[in-house]
Write a protein that binds this ligand. Structure first.
Ligand code: N2P
Length: 370
């Protein structure tokens, strides 16, 4: 009777309307949209999540914080989980980009390393908006044999001299040089190398010495790109890359699997390097926030995140996962640095917007070489 007259349906709509007005969430469709860094998850992670929860994952990838930030700040991304790096997350929090996490929905939260959480609270007070996914460093990947051929046995592979002395880079340019297209990270490395504060808030440090150094290197840099270098290093198409730890180690592993005689190594230079944490966050306007929490909680399961670390060669921040991480990953000092190297690592602070604008302009100069 009700159906015939259509009241059932109308009542249903009315109830939904009242429910929404009261803030009662309707059941979400079994869907979650995940925007993650490229080469940053195990092959089976998302399929296993879907098998376990029945929630479908639409997966899309990026290789630049700037790209993610532009989308986030424009709003309406359609994504439910995104992965900004800690310092970027910090300023995006200030811009109101995220939804506060409901920790009652994160049963695995207690697995996270309390020391790392305390460090992250500098950018996210009370850890309200983000949980760490993976972390790594920004250093130098190189082709062992080609670098030796270009610079000899004494090639300074343990130092930023390798890529920040124009005379070295000039020789390496014959076999291909890749730099990340990550302005804040490369400028931080250049400043640190020059004995300046990698987190300088002094605009002249960027427009002056850091830009000058980068312009002197520019003629020898084959390209700026933040994901292509994995295959290029593995294939021997570039012989040196300023890049991310795990990506370079993936290149090492791909080269090994291909057995074409390419040997890739990763170095955290002795002058120090940037250490960063990538964060699981939920955009403020996410349409599937419940499922976003389920995905984040899933990624905090010890076996799950250990499986990701084992696959992508990045460290995680999950204390309970340690026993599931392969020995060779735990023992790899490119992934979990020695205490000596760790003491030299620096993290990125949230810089004033005015400094960020200076960095963006200076980076354009560096890339165009003018
Ligand atoms: C993974 C890139 C690592 C993320 N391809 C850098 N924050």
């Amino acid at each position: 009777m009700m159906n015939k007259t259509g009241y059932g349906c109308r009542l249903g709509l009315l109830a939904a309307g009242v429910g929404m007005a009261l803030g009662v969430q309707a059941q979400e469709p079994a869907q979650v949209n995940f925007y993650n860094w490229s080469d940053y998850i195990a092959e089976d992670t998302l399929a296993n999540f879907t098998a376990e929860t029945g929630i479908n994952v639409t997966y899309d990838v990026f290789d630049s914080n700037e790209v993610l930030e532009a989308r986030l700040l424009a709003g309406n991304t359609g994504f439910d989980v995104v992965v900004p790096t800690g310092d970027f997350m910090g300023r995006q929090i200030q811009a109101g980009a995220f939804m506060e996490l409901d920790k009652s929905k994160l049963s695995n939260y207690g697995n996270l390393d309390p020391q790392i959480m305390a460090l992250l609270a500098e950018k996210d007070p009370d850890n309200k908006f983000g949980v760490p996914y993976l972390w790594g460093t920004t250093g130098i990947g190189y082709n062992v044999e080609k670098v030796r051929a270009a610079l000899g046995e004494e090639a300074p592979v343990d130092s930023w001299d390798l890529v920040m002395k124009p005379e070295n880079l000039a020789k390496l340019s014959q076999c291909g040089v890749a730099f990340l297209d990550a302005p804040t990270e490369v400028f931080a490395a250049a400043l640190n190398y020059q004995g300046l504060d990698p987190n300088s808030t002094n605009a002249e440090d960027y427009t002056g010495p850091a830009t000058e150094l980068m312009l002197s290197l520019r003629p020898h840099i084959t390209y700026f790109h933040s994901s292509k270098y994995i295959n290029d290093l593995a294939n021997g198409d570039v012989c040196v890359a300023v890049g991310w730890s795990g990506d370079i180690l993936q290149a090492r592993d791909r080269a090994e699997e291909a057995s074409q005689g390419v040997e890739v190594a990763y170095s955290i230079p002795k002058e120090g390097a940037l250490m960063w944490f990538d964060m699981l966050t939920i955009p403020r306007d996410a349409r599937h926030p419940d499922n976003a929490h389920k995905l984040i909680d899933y990624l905090m399961q010890p076996e799950v995140i250990a499986g990701v670390s084992n696959y992508v060669a990045y460290a995680n921040a999950n204390s309970a996962a340690r026993e599931f991480v392969d020995e060779e990953i735990l023992d790899d000092t490119g992934i979990y640095p020695t205490e000596e190297a760790a003491a030299k690592l620096y993290t990125a602070k949230i810089l004033p917007q005015s400094v960020n604008r200076v960095i963006t302009r200076a980076w354009t100069r560096v890339k165009t070489g003018r």
